[in-house]
Write a protein that binds this ligand. Structure first.
Ligand code: ADQ
Length: 489
């Protein structure tokens, strides 16, 4: 196999994630149209040039018939994607249920669902059974496509049971697992009924990675306290077998953002935005509309700032761009209404006939529009209640080399560990503190902004997505070689 520049690829990489990086729309009995969809992980792996990567995952659609499945498999093969077909019932129980209703809130410190105890216990068991079944279906597809020497990289909380399924089938397979969310304190993980089974399964991998050292430490403590295993500086040891555990902070493809700013269409967007908001400082929030992102808290902090700083009322605007996700889940619907209600109230309170203080959009923006927005922003507000890393903060910094705007960043986002020295760190639950930090950011002198921006820009442009992926995969290779040496001694 060769790379586009003619040099051979070093190794085949099978990237296994719940969702393939494409959206598939059925056009006929045997025809599909595909569109690459960008998200945190997709963006990161687009930068990996040293490996011949193939994706294995669910295409996000139910395809009950064989003709449709064959046609979709052919269409996806052109994009180096291999589908796992999940039916509606499995998706409901595994994805909506166990992944999004149980693991996602738990890993973000929101606890387990609080419904009627008995009902939860019953649905919990069937959801966990569906989770294991779905993970086995992913494993079956990996096993079919695996060739000796391949590296298998499993992603995220959807696939915690996958390393064990893979190793049971082939102990020699090189298996890595990376978590994109936080791993919570062991006291939180302890509350999960399937706590031990999940930990044991993840430990079947050769290398286990997290965004930060803290998450890695929480995972090791969970293994020592819950499973009674031994934690070492290298990872977790079980009867002489070591699972390496380490931090691999993700990054972005910063060049892609920096280059985009030169494009005529982005320059045109920038010009329009500058005209539109002339005479006002621009504050920006870009988030998926999820409870972990702290959107209501952010807007309430902005309200408090306006309340206490009347001279700023007609000189600042907050643009909050929120992509709706999991729109069929009642809690997410409630969040959308809550945000709309708060925004409406504040705009009614502080708006004039010609201007409102908050522009809230419930939608995704295309890449060029997003880059232009980042570039014209004076202050970015990232107030996640918990966030594995948060790539929005990185993207903002990458687009700010001309303006040197200020980043207000939650101390509960993984990014606080890398961009903390350049950002203003806040506790997003403390609305008074966030309101004060808005004032501090808007008043910050150019020299101070420059100094903070330099620090963050250096980090974002030197710790890229490509470097992240290459480091993880080469560590995985090294870990396996070291383990072989240990056992042959
Ligand atoms: P997410 O929770 O999705 O990712 P984040 O890291 O901020 O969070 O990535 C979101 C991506 O979606 C960014 O690339 C951003 O540009 C894009 N996006 C968000 N809102 C958008 C909008 N309105 N329009 C267009 N694009 C938008 C998960 C974890 C994170 C972790 C990543 C990567 O929750 O903590 O950083 O995976 O590991």
């Amino acid at each position: 196999c060769e790379r586009p520049d003619g040099r051979p690829f070093r190794q085949r990489l099978l990237v296994v994630a719940n969702r393939l990086p494409v959206s598939a729309v059925r056009r006929g009995e045997d025809s599909w149209s595909l569109e690459i969809s960008a998200g945190g992980l997709v963006t990161a792996l687009l930068g990996v040039k040293e490996f011949e990567a193939r994706w294995i995952g669910w295409a996000g659609v139910n395809v009950p018939d064989e003709i449709g499945q064959k046609a979709l498999t052919r269409a996806l093969a052109e994009k180096r994607c291999i589908p796992v077909f999940l039916d509606e019932e499995i998706v409901h129980q595994y994805y909506n249920g166990y992944c999004n209703n149980i693991l996602w809130p738990l890993f973000h410190y929101l606890g387990l669902p609080q419904e009627d105890r008995l009902a939860t216990t019953r649905s919990f068991q069937s959801q966990f059974a569906a989770y294991k079944k779905a993970n086995q279906m992913f494993a079956d597809v990996v096993n079919t496509h695996y060739e000796e020497g391949d590296v298998v990289w499993c992603h995220d909380y959807h696939l915690m049971y996958l390393p064990e399924c893979l190793k049971k089938h082939n102990t020699k397979m090189k298996v890595g697992w990376f978590l994109h969310t936080p791993f919570p304190s062991s006291e939180i993980h302890r509350t999960l009924p399937s706590r031990s089974e999940l930990l044991r399964s993840v430990l079947a991998a050769d290398l286990v990675g997290f965004h930060t050292y803290d998450y890695a430490r929480h995972f090791v403590s969970a293994c020592t306290r819950i499973l009674g295993l031994e934690g070492t500086p290298e990872g977790v040891e079980d009867q002489g077998r070591l699972t390496r555990v380490a931090a691999f902070p993700i990054g972005i493809d910063s060049d892609r953002f920096i280059r985009a700013l030169e494009l005529p269409q982005v320059q045109e967007h920038i010009k329009e935005l500058k005209e539109r908001f002339a005479g006002r400082k621009v504050m920006l929030g870009v988030d998926r509309l999820d409870m972990i992102k702290g959107i209501p808290q952010k807007i309430l902090a902005f309200e408090k700032f306006l309340e206490e700083n009347s001279t700023w009322r007609d000189k600042v605007v907050l643009l909050q761009i929120a992509v709706p996700t999991r729109t069929d889940v009642p809690e997410y619907q409630k969040l959308t209404s809550q945000v709309h209600e708060i925004v409406g109230r504040i705009n009614g309170r502080f708006g004039t006939l010609t201007a409102v203080p908050i522009h809230h959009l419930d939608r995704s923006l295309d890449f060029h529009a997003l880059c232009a927005l980042y570039a014209v922003t004076d202050v970015a507000l990232v107030t996640s209640l918990r966030d594995g890393m948060n790539l929005v903060s990185y993207e903002f910094v990458a687009c700010q080399d001309a303006k040197k705007g200020v980043l207000i960043l939650s101390e509960f986002a993984g990014a606080a560990q890398s961009l903390g020295a350049g950002a203003i760190l806040v506790n997003p639950w403390n609305i008074t503190e966030v309101a004060a930090s808005i004032g501090q950011a808007l008043d910050m002198q150019a020299e101070e902004r420059e100094k903070r921006h330099r620090h963050n820009f250096h980090h974002v442009t030197t710790h890229t997505a490509q470097e992240w992926a290459e480091t993880f995969v080469s560590e995985l290779n090294d870990t396996v070689v070291e383990a072989q040496l240990r056992t042959s001694k």
